[in-house]
Design a protein. Structure first.
Length: 233
């Protein structure tokens, strides 16, 4: 777990160095640069570009569409469902299609969908539906939609399944917060959230452990957010 954490830290730090070294070359192979970065605002799109994006895009699932719409509306943005006709003049209509991306770059660090790269899909983030409390989980899908002339990114995240408090106490992490780690159930939670890149704090180091570890009956994951190293809050 420690070796993996050091390797991921070196891979990410190598992207920021100007000189070329073996670690930087390895980082370019394992984590190729994406064409977007959260620090750089997307350039404005004209009507032709929006039409082209929607034309070659992918249909959002009903769940993704409804929950992205609900997320935007919960933030006070007056978007309407495309099927909620008739639409008032000048209404903001959420498009039913977008670009489904395998990965997204945030501050020169690549975050991927779980099916593309499980290691870079595990994240700690601020949960917008829980007063921005800290939550962990896996990125399942990454969508980019053309909204009001700009591309906007949304991530569908499946949260980690929590263990009972009694099981958490069986591991050393609950009583030692300075280890920046905890344990969660290895089984999928089936609970999904919509977040934006600004909510992400850091990658997680994930260590899968079999049933019986710490005398816990089911398989678990040991997760650590020490990779953050205090860079993001």
């Amino acid at each position: 777990m420690a070796r993996r954490g050091r390797l991921e830290a070196n891979l990410n730090d190598a992207k920021l160095r100007e000189s070329v070294d073996p670690v930087q070359q390895l980082a370019a192979i394992l984590q190729p640069d994406d064409d977007s970065d959260s620090r750089t605002p997307s350039k404005p799109l004209n009507a032709s570009e929006v039409a082209n994006i929607l034309g070659r895009g992918t249909d959002l699932s009903t769940w993704d569409y409804d929950n992205i719409l609900g997320y935007l509306q919960s933030n006070g943005q007056p978007w309407r469902a495309n099927k909620a006709i008739p639409h008032p003049v000048g209404a903001l209509i959420l498009p039913p299609r977008g670009i489904l991306k395998p990965r997204h770059t945030i501050d020169h660090r690549i975050f991927s969908c779980q099916k593309v790269n499980e290691g870079s899909s595990a994240i700690q983030f601020h949960n917008p539906s829980a007063n921005l409390g800290l939550t962990t989980g896996y990125i399942r899908r990454i969508w980019q939609l053309p909204l009001q002339g700009h591309m906007q990114t949304f991530l569908v995240v499946e949260t980690h399944k929590k263990l009972s408090l009694s099981d958490q106490w069986k591991a050393p992490f609950y009583s030692m917060p300075y280890l920046y780690a905890t344990i969660v159930d290895a089984a999928p939670s089936g609970e999904f959230l919509i977040i934006e890149p600004r909510h992400i704090i850091t990658h997680l180091a994930v260590y899968k452990r079999p049933a019986g570890t710490y005398k816990i009956k089911q398989a678990i994951l040991v997760i650590s957010w020490a990779l953050n190293r205090g860079r993001r809050q």
